[in-house]
Design a protein around this ligand. Structure first.
Ligand SMILES: [Zn+2]
Length: 258
């Protein structure tokens, strides 16, 4: 089993650090800053052996150069020449070996066009590193892609096992939950989850990782086929939306105005 630890960065980013137990071997996902990663490695006597990147935004790639100056390691990331220092560019279906595990690549455009996610298919410990494509109770803003692209990207996650642990890169959960409850006020598991997350944040504990099972139950951006949600989004816009992709587009639009 890998241990996965959030290293806080900037205001609300998490840089996920993966460690092979009983070893000093570690990798990081989306190091927007180097200093907190270097401090964590030093405090815990760990050696960085790879960097994984999901997309080109500065708060995900800003620390690469300084980390490489410290330890030259492979940098895996999307096909995007705008990201410096990628040593292996990845696309849909590619598989890489990291910490003795196989990480599979999904292309998930929407938030950005270059966005990829990493999946560890494992019966014991299925993992999803989704960057800014999916958050707990939310999804990434559409900076570059269309709602249709994002909808189809998130559909790829519905093929993964429900037990999959999900590692988004921002602590946006409470704000997302306010919106989710506006969209689906009758969803009791959603209200229970909000109560739980409020308690966690009161003592400054991350609400992440989450699980796909949790997100399927509460995340409005994974629930476009739910009848109540379809009705509520339709009513908000005075439309009659039936196609899940149209429901998704309008849910995203509602969130942008929320
Ligand atoms: Zn981003």
């Amino acid at each position: 089993m890998l241990s996965v630890t959030p290293i806080p960065a900037f205001n609300d980013n998490y840089i996920w650090l993966l460690q092979l137990p009983e070893s000093n071997r570690a990798v990081v996902v989306d190091p927007g800053q180097a200093e907190p990663v270097l401090a964590y490695l030093q405090t815990n006597g760990l050696t960085l052996e790879a960097i994984l990147i999901t997309h080109h935004h500065h708060d995900h790639v800003g620390g690469i150069e300084q980390l490489l100056a410290n330890t030259p390691v492979p940098v895996f990331g999307p096909i995007n020449p705008a990201i410096n220092n990628i040593s292996q560019a990845l696309s849909e279906g590619d598989e890489i070996q990291v910490l003795d595990k196989t990480f599979r690549v999904l292309e998930v455009p929407g938030h950005t066009l270059d966005h990829i996610a990493y999946v560890v298919d494992s019966r014991e410990q299925p993992l999803l590193f989704c960057g800014d494509s999916l958050f707990s109770a939310g999804c990434g803003r559409l900076f570059e892609g269309t709602a249709e692209q994002m909808y189809h990207s998130l559909q790829k996650y519905t093929d993964l096992p429900e037990q999959t642990s999900v590692f988004p890169t921002h602590e946006y959960t409470l704000a997302n939950l306010d919106f989710a409850i506006a969209v689906e006020p009758e969803n009791q598991p959603l209200r229970d989850y909000q109560k739980n997350c409020l308690q966690l944040r009161e003592v400054n504990t991350p609400t992440l990782p989450t699980s796909l099972e949790q997100e399927f139950a509460i995340n409005p951006f994974l629930r476009s086929s739910e009848v109540n949600l379809q009705r509520n989004v339709s009513n908000h816009f005075g439309l009659s939306l039936a196609e899940p992709v149209d429901v998704f587009r309008h849910t995203r639009l509602w969130k942008d105005q929320f």
